[in-house]
Design a protein around this ligand. Sequence first.
Ligand code: HEC
Length: 120
Amino acid sequence: MKTINRQRFDFSTLGRSVARGATALAVVLAAAGAAQAQNQDALKLYQRGLAATCANCHGTDGQGVVGTGMPIINHLSSAELLKKMTDYKSGAVTGTIMHQLAKGYTDEQLQTIASVLGKK
Ligand code: HEC
């Protein structure tokens, strides 16, 4: 005679492993969230850092530096800033320095700078 060995499934064990899985998932998600927040901070820092390369001459956030006679650029919108920078870069507009400086940035970097410095 054949005996059927029906193994009983222990649901309490399943419950525990589901709970363990959920905890592990929560830990992973929390870590991913923290990493994403850190990436956002790093990205913001990079963007602010790029825009800060203009501050020596144009002052913090383009507000100008008293007594230097450098153009104040904080009244320009992002689109206006980007247009001026790309005109300097292409050589359509020249100056004493900006047409040279602008060539040092990629188009993507100029977009970033314009979006950070542009009048909100
Ligand atoms: C070494 C000094 C210096 C730095 C650094 C500098 N600029 Fe300039 N910028 C000038 C000068 C000087 C002018 C006037 C045009 C010329 O002579 O090149 C000018 C002009 C401009 C103008 C035109 C303003 C107008 O009203 O037409 C814009 C826009 C501008 N700069 C943006 C920037 C941005 C954005 C950065 C950073 C990526 C930057 N500049 C970095 C010196 C500087």
